[in-house]
Write a protein that binds this ligand. Structure first.
Ligand code: ACO
Length: 312
């Protein structure tokens, strides 16, 4: 019996085969990857904004150096990921336009404001902590260029998570009562948005079943969310903070922490463009594009000129 190209492809990825840019792939596989990878790239780029806010107010030279390095890393992650999308035939300019026009999504979590210095530590601990749990699995994703980019990104992301944990741990242990309540307030605000980062519950996740079949996703949204809660519940005791969920408790039968789901209506509002900071974030990205258009023009003209020289 003759198998279709799709069947051969499905069998190949089902057996752990790596797909490369030069391979044939179904249009829907390419489209799903461009959606996920570009959303991921946009998240890295928009994700610089809440923390960049604090660069000029970091409380010491050491903290400032760490934060600058971290924000620069996020820019680099965005660029690797746009390059991955380009290997699939997407154009970076189109992807950025889709972001600015509100046609493309980026992680909901970056539509919440960073109000205090403690938020920088909390973003590292919770937001980067959630990001890395998901991203470690993506090192095994079926599309080769994405998987390879993730290896490097995860190394840097792990530093981001650790610096956040260490900043909170030290401020909580050595700080004043006012600093301790600033940390607790920050965790109270970022807990639910961090849970939302893993995407809707599996029952409402449109893409999961197909993406798991294709090996694009390795673990489901709910599985990763549960792993996150289990990890953070333990780490919170080391820092000395309280997770703002009265129902959080260890269940020896399931070997997991029981926890309260975040408000999923709020999640859909935020990804629909109606979160606290959506407009502000996109306005920032639009301004950066418009202000720097002359650099892109010059680069394109230079490249064309080089091409003319090469052609003689
Ligand atoms: N923020 C914004 N949109 C989201 C989020 C979120 N936290 N979670 C899911 N969505 C969107 C999906 O893109 C999808 O959009 P669509 O309707 O246009 O298809 C829709 O909500 C339904 O979700 P799922 O079907 O579960 O989507 P998917 O299978 O893509 O899973 C997930 C979502 C887990 C985020 C996946 O895309 C992924 O692993 N992405 C790569 C990692 C990433 O983007 N991380 C962002 C943070 S990185 C950082 O911190 C800098």
């Amino acid at each position: 019996q003759i198998q279709s190209k799709e069947d051969v492809f499905d069998a190949y990825v089902a057996h752990g085969g790596r797909v490369e840019a030069s391979h044939w792939m179904p249009d829907a596989y390419r489209k799903t990857l461009i959606r996920q990878v570009s959303q991921h790239a946009h998240s890295e780029i928009v994700g610089m904004l809440p923390e960049a806010n604090w660069l000029i107010s970091a409380p010491s030279l050491e903290r400032k150096q760490i934060l600058i390095a971290k924000v620069q890393d996020e820019a680099g992650h965005g660029l690797y990921l746009y390059s991955v999308a380009e290997t699939l035939g997407a154009k970076r300019k189109d992807l950025t336009d889709a972001l600015i026009d509100g046609r493309a999504k980026y992680s909901s979590v970056f539509n919440y404001p960073s109000l205090t210095w403690a938020d920088v530590g909390t973003i590292g601990w919770l937001v980067d902590g959630a990001a890395i749990l998901n991203q470690v699995t993506l090192c095994e994703t079926s599309y080769g260029p994405y998987a390879r980019a993730m290896i490097r990104i995860c190394r840097e992301e792990s530093f981001h998570q650790r610096q956040g944990f260490e900043a909170l741990y030290r401020m909580f242990a050595e700080g004043t009562d006012a600093q301790r309540s600033m940390i607790q307030d920050s965790i109270n605000r970022w807990w639910a948005p961090s849970l939302m980062m893993f995407g809707p519950p599996d029952t409402d996740s449109n893409n999961s079943a197909q993406s798991m079949k294709w090996g694009i996703k390795i673990k489901t949204n709910d599985t990763l969310r549960q792993e996150f809660v289990n990890t953070i519940a333990k780490q919170s005791r080391i820092i000395g903070v309280t997770i703002p969920d009265p129902s959080l408790k260890w269940c020896p039968v399931s070997g997991n922490y029981v926890f309260t789901q975040p408000d999923w209506e709020e999640f859909y509002e935020v990804i629909g463009g109606r979160g606290m900071c959506n407009q502000d974030r996109l306005e920032n990205i639009r301004r950066a594009r418009d202000d720097n258009e002359w650099v892109m023009d010059a680069a394109e003209k230079y490249e064309a000129q080089q091409g003319n020289y090469a052609a003689g």
